[in-house]
Design a protein around this ligand. Structure first.
Ligand code: GLN
Length: 194
């Protein structure tokens, strides 16, 4: 029963660990390349993508992360984590790097000032049992996607949940609601890959 890791450089790591456990998975924090090598899948939490990017560089994790993702490790990114899984950021801070893997361009802080934080009930493709309550906190949206990217949910035509193969990303934070269905979906993706 290989654990699912949560990248623990910055952001709401504890909430994702709890949500994974709530979804029936074994979860552990990942800070070092050796820890990354020991997990079957990885969650990249919400937080601040510029900080996560910088710390991933300092901790020597950026290349190992890219390699694992390229090799097919399932990964799920929430909010800042979505940004980390994007091949391209529309408006990056200078020097801001991503792990990449999902053929999409994301716009940071896309919902604007008046609406920086809000909640919305979302129908998410692949998730049964009614809408998922999406908590958006200075969230990105997906500006454009390549052909292999499936949009699972959108707001006003902007994708806010996407999947490409073993990679899943949401603009919102399901780890804050006590509803574990997104983490269950990801846990099932990891189990299917094992
Ligand atoms: N605005 C943040 C960023 O650009 C993301 C916010 C979040 O993860 N809640 O990284």
């Amino acid at each position: 029963n290989t654990p699912i890791g949560v990248l623990a450089l910055q952001g709401d790591v504890r909430e994702h660990l709890a949500a994974l456990e709530g979804a029936g998975a074994t979860a552990c924090a990942v800070r070092r390349p050796e820890e990354l090598a020991a997990v079957a899948g990885l969650v990249i939490p919400g937080g601040e993508s510029t900080t996560i990017s910088k710390l991933a560089g300092i901790f020597g994790l950026l290349e190992p992360l890219r390699e694992r993702v390229r090799a097919g490790m399932p990964a799920y990114g929430s909010c800042a984590g979505m940004i980390m899984l994007a091949d391209k950021i529309l408006d990056p801070r200078s020097g801001q790097e991503t792990v990449g893997g999902i053929d999409m361009i994301v716009r940071r802080n896309a919902f604007g000032r008046q609406n920086e934080s809000f909640e919305a009930a979302l129908e998410v493709r692949g998730i049964e049992g009614g809408p998922v309550q999406g908590v958006f906190i200075r969230a990105p949206w997906v500006e454009s996607t390549g052909a292999r990217v499936e949009t699972l949910a959108a707001i006003d035509g902007h994708p806010v949940a996407v999947r490409q193969g073993n990679l899943l990303a949401t603009s919102f934070h399901p780890e804050l609601t006590g509803d574990h269905r997104v983490h269950e979906l990801f846990t099932a993706m990891v189990r299917a890959e094992r």
